[in-house]
Design a protein around this ligand. Structure first.
Ligand code: 13P
Ligand code: 13P
Ligand code: MG
Ligand code: MG
Length: 378
């Protein structure tokens, strides 16, 4: 049996220029240097450093498996080094997602988000990295449901014999810290009955039932719960393998032509429409949004990322940038229109999130002030 390659994405917001916008270029450079050193030392095979909005994303590949302390420490080191620069420049939210003073063996619970998958590399192995800013992990539940559960969206579920065998969906209850694996197509309607509640349930992982292994994995570390207090929405990544028994690249991308409202946006407390774009166009400029979604693609090649750059390059990659093109202008305009409509509702639900999901609230203080004046109804 071939050795399994592991893709680890570790991401964090450790500071940005003028509000929650974009990390300083020197922070990205520092992360690249840290990972380049690690690749030279053989800790990882390959890497790519990018960002969406104010979140830095480290894509890493290696043969050390998931939850490897050395690989996680590398993510931790890159982000603590970038934090030092952010603090020196007094950037906004410097060190925002660094929640502990010291690394204790695993990045989970330390603040940064992570998504990892290990698999036997197929003869051709296309991988898509979705990265989102100003939203939460359950934002992926709607598009992933359409991609993996809906034959009217993914024709491959009908005409590809391996895809037709279905998928196992691992769902997390992010409030009660519980998980369950459910199978499509048999349990599709029950799966949707859970996932429709985006305040509690999120897809963590989807696995092929045709023996291809993991199909996708989402970062679900909810920062507000990890920290015991709210410290920022957990702007999530989702890593997907594509083609031959899995949804094709085009089947993954097409669902983003739909306008979808997601929780997050300004102060992590509003619904706004997802705006697909290139990382270069991911600065949140309208009411700290609208929430961004980027999609970058590579082929895996003997444990390394192969994009449009020269064969054999390590680190300095040129991925496919799927949401860059003009065909996405259509949905970008609709996202702005839908977001503007939501803004017309001001601080009223459903423009703002339900009380249990608000990142900020002045209500306890208001109720406290009113203590003497509150009367029972007749
Ligand atoms: P090609 O015939 O161009 O390889 O495309 C097949 C396919 O699956 C497209 O989604
Ligand atoms: P981030 O989670 O991207 O840091 O944004 C927080 C926020 O409050 C935006 O208004
Ligand atoms: Mg921020
Ligand atoms: Mg962010």
């Amino acid at each position: 049996m071939a050795e399994k390659v592991t893709i680890s994405v570790i991401k964090a917001d450790v500071g940005s220029v003028c509000g929650h916008t974009r990390p300083h270029p020197s922070m990205i450079e520092k992360c690249k240097e840290t990972l380049a050193d690690a690749a030279k030392q053989g800790i990882i095979e390959d890497f790519y450093v990018t960002r969406v909005g104010d979140d830095i994303n480290l894509f890493m590949s290696h043969y050390k498996g998931e939850n490897n302390a050395e690989v996680h420490k590398l993510g931790w080191d890159a982000f603590t080094e970038a934090t030092k620069l952010a603090k020196q420049m007094k950037l906004y939210g410097a060190g925002q997602d660094i929640l502990t003073d010291a690394f204790s063996g695993n990045i989970k619970g330390a603040g940064p988000g992570s998504a990892e998958m290990s698999f036997e590399e197929r003869p051709a192995e296309p991988v898509i990295f979705f990265m989102a800013d100003k939203t939460e992990p359950s934002a992926y539940s709607l598009p992933l449901s359409r991609i993996y559960l809906d034959p009217f969206t993914t024709t491959g579920l009908v005409i590809d014999a391996k895809a037709k065998k279905g998928f196992d969906v691992e769902i997390h209850d992010v409030l009660d810290h519980k998980k369950v694996v459910m199978s499509s197509p048999e349990e599709t309607l029950s799966i949707l009955s859970l996932l429709g509640d985006t305040s509690r349930y999120a897809i963590k992982r989807i696995t092929s039932r045709a023996g291809i292994g993991p199909a996708c994995v989402v970062s679900t570390d909810k920062l507000n719960l990890t920290a015991g207090k709210y410290v920022g929405k957990d702007d999530p990544v989702c890593v997907c393998r594509a083609q031959s028994g899995l949804p094709s690249v085009g089947e993954y991308l097409q669902v983003f032509m739909n306008t979808m409202l997601v929780a997050g946006w300004m102060r992590g407390s509003h619904y706004g429409a997802w705006y697909p774009c290139s990382p270069d166009n991911s600065d949140p400029t309208y009411f700290d949004g609208p929430p961004r979604i980027c999609a970058l693609g590579f082929q895996m090649c003997n444990g390394r990322f192969q994009g449009l750059e020269k064969y054999g390059t390590v680190g300095d990659h040129v991925p496919m940038d799927f949401f860059k093109g003009a065909e996405w202008d259509y949905v970008r305009q609709r996202a702005v229109k839908a977001s503007k409509f939501m803004r017309s509702m001001g601080p009223f639900m459903p423009a703002i999130l339900g009380p249990e999901e608000m990142e900020y609230t002045s209500r306890p203080a208001v109720l406290n002030e009113l203590k003497q004046r509150l009367e029972d109804l007749d």
